[in-house]
Write a protein that binds this ligand. Structure first.
Ligand SMILES: *Cc1c(COP(=O)(O)O)cnc(C)c1O
Length: 473
């Protein structure tokens, strides 16, 4: 960098920061913490796995901008597809009208959706415009389907402890992260929470599979107890992301599918974060034993457009779709959003799916994931790392006071936040979930960037935990 330009560049970053703080209210942020406790970084552009700040510095986007980005920032093929579509048809309402991108994307999604031998495939796509809205669609659809079927008593949802499905009132109702949920509890609808199959919760000597089986047994008891009252069960297959990148044995999915069938309960798979290759297979449902399971409703968003534009899709079986066909209008699924099936977003999604084929992304990810595993293994023995876990293109490090599960850092210590700040200073975005640091990079990340990520992670774990451990003493 030309040294003489540094003051001008810094002034530009300050300029955007102060204008921002005068007018923008940020998501998931205590605004009081900006900019002193929590840095606010004006970003000028993106390039592959990197974000480039108005301060001229490069930041490795190790969390894929909230798990949305899969092929890198400003991906030229996705950008071109959006530009082409914008010059042709930017939007038309999807009621009474249709367009090629919505049709082609629906066909593509149904073609790649999880399949299970002996089940009728997912057959219809309902669009929404963000993940939470997609979850609302699935919840309302499940309940309404039973109303149409003459079973209005089935109005409860089962969700899992530590699960996350979004921030709107319905999605929060089936979420179990106290930080997001607690204050709104009086507004939420009733849901039942079943124990999580989370392998981290396994007792001493219990295998992840045994932990999954135990959680499934508890779910079976809950379903018995509430027979005839439950319309749907919603879960994040294999990986509870917002809940701290907690992972479970795939046998749980097989058990859940069987239990839902026995009890006539619809299974909603929320693959908003896990979909599109994140955990190794195109969808996490595919990894269940016996060739994978198929949900009755599948929610997709985040990586759907490669991270370029908001869009959600809810895939449903023909059986569910048919339950809404009637002469009476009120039996139809009348849910709508203005931007349902937006052509720009659909075009971005088609371009993203084409990249999976042209770049053999899933195959390339196996090599990427192997390298991530090697690099993580070198960090795992750290005295404050209680658990290192991986699921495909996700690696998480659980930090505790003395490396034992039972000794979390006090919530007030904010070890994760310290690590985040230190990592930013070293050019890496490692936004934590509490005291869990994780890697969830764009799939295009190269070896050099992965090595830098590992080096910075080791360094900031050291700094953040040493400071805190001495403060505790
Ligand atoms: C992010 C997320 C959502 C919500 O999606 P938004 O687009 O942020 O509303 C729902 N479910 C899961 C599993 C998610 O990770």
């Amino acid at each position: 960098m030309d040294e003489t330009h540094i003051p001008a560049i810094l002034a530009e970053a300050d300029h955007w920061r102060s204008r921002d703080l005068a007018s923008v209210w940020h998501p998931c942020t205590q605004m009081r913490e900006h900019p002193d406790t929590l840095p606010l970084l004006p970003i000028a552009r993106g390039e592959g796995a990197w974000l480039i700040g108005h301060d001229g510095r490069r930041y490795l986007d190790a969390v894929s901008s909230w798990w949305t980005n899969i092929h890198g920032h400003a991906e030229p093929r996705i950008a071109a597809a959006i530009a082409r579509q914008a010059g042709t048809l930017e939007h038309v309402m999807l009621a009474g009208f249709t367009h090629a991108p919505a049709v082609e994307l629906a066909e593509r999604l149904l073609a790649i959706a999880p399949r299970q031998a002996g089940r009728a495939p997912l057959a219809k796509v309902f669009y929404a415009d963000n993940g939470s809205a997609g979850v609302e669609v699935a919840l309302k659809m499940a309940f309404h389907w039973f109303v149409n079927a003459g079973q209005p008593r089935r109005r409860k949802f089962i969700a899992l402890h530590n699960g996350y499905h979004g921030e709107t009132i319905g999605a929060l109702s089936v979420g179990d992260i106290p930080l997001y949920r607690r204050v709104y509890a009086p507004l939420l609808c009733e849901a039942l929470f079943a124990p999580s199959p989370d392998a981290w919760l396994a007792s001493e000597g219990q295998s992840p599979a045994a932990q999954s089986e135990a959680a499934a047994d508890a779910l079976a008891r809950m379903l018995d107890e509430h027979a005839g009252e439950v319309c749907a069960l919603i879960l994040e297959p294999r990986l509870q992301c917002a809940g701290g990148m907690r992972m479970h044995d795939p046998v749980y999915l097989k058990r859940v599918r069987e239990l839902c069938d026995v009890h006539g309960v619809l299974l909603i798979a929320d693959e908003i974060a896990t979909g599109f290759g994140r955990t190794g297979t195109m969808f996490a449902c595919e990894s269940a034993p016996g060739g994978g399971i198929q949900p009755d409703l599948l929610c997709l968003s985040k990586g759907l457009t490669g991270g370029a534009l908001p869009l959600a899709a809810v895939l449903a079986t023909q059986h569910i779709y048919d339950g809404f066909l009637d002469d009476r209008r009120e039996r139809a699924f009348l849910h709508s959003h203005s931007y349902t099936g937006n052509p720009l977003a659909c075009a971005a999604a088609l371009a993203s799916l084409a990249i999976f084929d042209s770049d053999a992304v899933l195959q390339r990810n196996r090599e990427r994931a192997r390298r991530m595993g090697e690099l993580a293994a070198a960090i795992a023995p750290h005295r404050h790392v209680a658990d290192t876990r991986q699921s495909g293109m996700v690696v998480a490090f659980e930090l505790t006071r003395d490396g034992a599960k039972q000794a979390p850092f006090p919530a007030t210590s904010r070890v994760g936040l310290r690590a985040y700040r230190e990592a930013l200073q070293r050019g890496v975005v490692l936004r934590p979930l509490g005291d869990v640091l994780y890697w969830m990079p764009p799939y295009c990340i190269d070896d050099g960037a992965l090595e830098q990520l590992a080096e910075v992670t080791a360094e900031v774990i050291d700094i953040a935990t040493t400071e805190e451990a001495s403060a505790c003493a």
